[in-house]
Design a protein around this ligand. Structure first.
Ligand SMILES: N[C@@H](CCC(=O)N[C@@H](CS)C(=O)NCC(=O)O)C(=O)O
Length: 199
């Protein structure tokens, strides 16, 4: 059986959401970061980086939430959440995944680190805010005439974007942008979204 390690509102929300959307059997292992679970040798054997999420499928222990979404989509092709490989639809899907990974998440991560842990000075913060505004404007424009990032169908890019838009550090930013706010509310209203983590 598939086993997913993680906790809280961390990036494990992404594969957890995906598994719930796929409606396939899986088991979760909730780790206690404060208790040092991520440093335990057994966990480091799964992910030497000591980070969550980790998805275990037989003898495969997979790190990186992005890879998990693609793997799960390909593993359960009949669910139709990830388009078949080497198709136009898959190319667009992958384009959005990589855009989110390389252009949108990094400035949000920097803002999170600075706001929460005081890392980086004002220059770093200003750069992050500029890059965030640019990437978010592109995403907002994309959502102007389609309900989801790749078109009509909901998929992994929406899982990642939906999750990013729930980050506390973005609360005010999203509130000021009605299209992003409506999108976030719509995708996080899906039954697959692990709303119990946000109660
Ligand atoms: N690029 C990785 C990032 C994984 C990551 O940084 N996870 C964080 C939680 S969201 C973590 O485990 N941090 C270590 C810690 O909390 O001690 C992914 O997308 O899965």
């Amino acid at each position: 059986m598939l086993v997913l390690y993680g906790c809280g509102r961390s990036r494990w929300v992404r594969p957890l959401w995906m598994l719930r959307e796929l409606d396939v059997p899986f088991r979760t292992v909730v780790v206690d970061r404060d208790a040092g679970d991520l440093d335990a040798p057994a966990f480091r054997a799964l992910n030497p980086l000591g980070k969550i999420p980790v998805l275990v499928d037989g003898d495969l222990a997979l790190a990186e939430s992005w890879a998990m979404l693609a793997y799960l989509g390909d593993k359960f092709p009949d669910r139709g959440l990830v388009p078949p490989r080497a198709t136009r639809a898959r190319a667009i899907h992958d384009q959005w995944m990589f855009y989110l990974a390389t252009e949108l998440e990094p400035p949000i991560w920097l803002l999170h680190r600075q706001t929460t842990f005081g890392e980086g000075g004002q220059e770093v913060r200003a750069l992050a805010e500029t890059n965030l505004a640019r990437a978010a404007a592109y995403v907002e424009d994309r959502l102007r005439d389609r309900p989801h990032l790749t078109g009509d169908a909901f998929g992994p890019p929406d899982i990642v974007l939906g999750h990013l838009l729930t980050w506390r550090v973005l609360a005010a930013f999203v509130e000021e942008r009605p299209r992003l706010r409506a999108y976030r509310d719509r995708v996080t209203s899906r039954p697959g979204f692990p709303s119990f983590l946000y109660a």
